[in-house]
Design a protein around this ligand. Structure first.
Ligand code: AMP
Ligand code: GLY
Length: 427
């Protein structure tokens, strides 16, 4: 089959790398807008993803059998609906189903209707309403701009004064259109983990676990980012907990979406809090996590193209999905300034980073006169596998140290909590 992959980050490079290894690909893998890493795996084409007619025309010209949508923006924009209406199979939910990511309030209401464990909440549509609702909660206050905000729409305010200030900012347009509504919710305590499931709207296949590192600095300090590193699987999400997440969270979600006429198809990414009462949903994403996708793809053994096509065609039942037992760990190398304004154009020399079996996914790179330079906040995802988190971490950092990127930086403690647990177990 011929496949068109949409997106330009490390997540899409990892998807391209796996799709290229899929026995069922056979035809050509195209990508748009792509990046220099993706260009090593796919034929990069100039296509504006916001121009649905152009994407449909391209699919006709090139006899595309499957479109894979990487990021959330085209999903929330309804690109999969346009493609499906034109008869093109697509991996990724409809605009209505992508509300699970596109509207925090939509997801909270669905959880309430379906009895899915999550933090108690109130949806508010004005500053006055939100101020009144705050009185029902205690510090720390969890405030969420309803719409897409590039991972920056959640503020945890330590005091009432800070909460009121944040609400004024959210309703005052400080979070763009995302802040037209604000969800206020209970603060949950526990360890966070991510769980992935693939679905064609009816059949659901678990697709592994991971842990992300959202803060920019070592020891989980500094501002939130899109993710500075991840590893998979996440041992905190034991098989027993995964079974509960499937039964109590993912299955009721997929069933309710289908029953309410918004069947969800694609990957469902559940951000979870492992509380004393059990796993609770923090949020859903309608796409793979970035950089969680990179570690999942390092471990995937099965034919990704076949699995994605089965999701798109409603034939997921009976499809084999297998992962290697090894742990995969990725370290994000970012450009100085990230998550604020990153320094662009810094020179990168990958050296012998891939010599020891590590894989460097390109997240934000460009070629300038044939030389690789930084072209985004998150620039490289240096990824390795090992028999344990400790081993995967050592290999990933050895590869990081083989890279010359003077205007870049990374966290030095990706996977450290799990490394400490492994050390305690082996002591
Ligand atoms: P989200 O974008 O919804 O994943 O939220 C970003 C981060 O805020 C999460 O990864 C959590 O660390 C934190 N967070 C969100 N909601 C809650 C909550 N109800 N209680 C505690 N922490 C939360
Ligand atoms: N790494 C977090 C996300 O992709 O949302």
């Amino acid at each position: 089959m011929n496949i068109l992959l949409l997106g330009s980050g490390g997540r899409e490079h990892a998807l391209a790398w796996q799709l290229r290894q899929s026995p069922s690909l056979r035809g050509t893998l195209y990508a748009a807008p792509g990046n220099p890493g993706i260009a090593e795996e796919a034929e990069v084409v100039a296509l504006e993803v916001t121009d649905h007619a152009a994407v449909i025309a391209f699919c006709g010209d090139k006899a595309i059998d499957l479109v894979v949508i990487g990021p959330e923006a085209p999903l929330v924009d309804g690109l999969s609906d346009s493609l499906r209406a034109a008869g093109v199979p697509v991996f990724g939910p409809s605009k209505a189903a992508a509300q699970l990511e596109g509207s925090k309030g939509f997801t909270k209401d669905l959880c309430a209707r379906a009895g899915i464990p999550t933090a108690g909440y109130v949806r508010t549509a004005s500053l006055e309403e939100a101020r009144v609702a705050l009185a029902k909660f205690q510090a720390p206050y969890v405030l969420k701009a309803d719409g897409l905000a590039a991972g920056k729409g959640v503020v945890i305010a330590a005091s009432l004064a800070e909460a009121e200030e944040t609400l004024a900012d959210m309703f005052g347009g400080g979070f763009g259109g995302a802040g037209a509504q604000v969800v206020i919710e209970e603060f949950m305590e526990g360890e966070e983990a991510s769980f992935f499931a693939l679905t064609d709207g009816t059949t659901i296949v678990p697709f592994g676990s991971a842990q992300d590192h959202k803060r920019v600095g070592d020891g989980d300090t500094g501002p939130n980012t899109g993710g500075m590193g991840a590893y998979s699987p996440a041992p905190v999400l034991t098989p027993e907990l995964q079974a509960r997440v499937m039964a109590e969270i993912v299955e009721p979600t997929v069933r309710t979406m289908r029953e309410e006429g918004n069947p969800y198809q694609g990957v469902l990414y559940a951000g979870l809090m492992l509380t004393a009462e059990g796993p609770k949903l923090i949020e859903y994403n309608a796409r793979f996590g970035d950089p969680e996708c990179q570690v999942l793809m390092m471990r995937l053994e099965s034919d990704l193209a076949a699995i994605m096509l089965a999701c798109a065609q409603g034939s997921l039942e009976g499809t084999r999905v297998a992962f290697h037992d090894e742990t995969a760990l990725t370290v994000v190398m970012a450009a100085r300034g990230y998550p604020g304004t990153p320094e662009m154009g810094g020179a990168i020399d990958l050296g012998a980073a891939e010599a020891e079996g590590a894989k460097v996914f390109h997240a934000g790179t460009a070629l300038k006169e044939g030389a690789l330079v930084a072209n985004g906040g998150r620039v490289l995802n240096v990824t390795a596998t090992g028999a344990s988190v400790t081993e995967a971490q050592a290999k990933a950092y050895a590869a990081v140290d083989a890279i010359t990127f003077p205007t870049g930086f990374c966290r030095r403690d990706i996977g450290q909590k799990e490394v400490a647990r492994e050390a305690a177990r082996n002591a």
